[in-house]
Design a protein around this ligand. Structure first.
Ligand code: S3P
Length: 197
């Protein structure tokens, strides 16, 4: 696969983080196609590794077991050649996963307003953390807990209520700026190994 003209050339994985409903998979998939990179959805990989849905994992084994599986699956995915990875909303909260992402990728936090998240997640009922609860209150609490951690991502992009392509353009612009600034993850020795303009 080849990146389209005008797209930054990225030689490491791009990892989307952010709350449920932020658009990590939708934007990630489109970005991957723009950059000519493979796209991987961590939640899908967890489901195929477990042979059942995330809701079933939560119900049968509990959240702690899901988080263990999530950590292992993401570590395995990050060892693959460069790709665009959409992670589940809780993944970046895990210190080990955060460190692994910092090691091998550029993290992009898709940040969205609470009302937008609520309207997006309300379209489906496949998220165990929201099952049977007050979606607004739950997301509001998760926002308070998680935003300070998501803020550690390399790049922050606002996910707005508009065409996905618009957000993809914003991510591309932010990646370009990241590349041009020669920035890399703070704990890396080689500033040129990951990104080439
Ligand atoms: C979760 C988010 C979900 C999924 C699981 C837990 C979370 O992924 O991993 O239901 O803790 O926020 P999405 O963010 O893709 O909905």
């Amino acid at each position: 696969m080849t990146a389209r003209t005008g797209c930054p050339r990225i030689d490491c994985s791009i990892v989307f983080v952010g709350l449920m409903g932020a658009g990590k998979s939708a934007i990630g998939r489109r970005l991957a196609s723009r950059l000519g990179m493979p796209f991987v959805d961590a939640d899908d990989e967890i489901e195929s590794a477990a042979g059942c849905s995330i809701s079933d994992i939560f119900e049968l084994h509990g959240e702690a077991a899901f988080r263990d599986g999530e950590r292992r699956v993401i570590a395995r995915l990050l060892a693959r050649p460069p790709h665009v990875l959409a992670t589940g909303g809780g993944a970046f909260m895990d210190p080990e996963t955060r460190a692994a992402i910092r090691e091998s990728g550029i993290s992009v936090w898709l940040r969205a307003e609470l009302d937008l998240l609520v309207s997006r997640v309300s379209r489906r009922n496949n998220r165990p953390l929201l099952a049977g609860g007050d979606t607004y209150a739950i997301l509001q609490r998760l926002m308070a807990e998680r935003h300070p951690i998501y803020a550690q991502a390399d790049i922050v992009v606002e996910s707005r209520d508009g065409p996905h392509e618009q957000t993809v353009e914003t991510v591309l612009g932010a990646l370009r700026a990241h590349v041009e600034a020669g920035r890399r993850q703070p704990d890396s020795d080689s500033s040129s190994a990951c990104i080439e303009a």
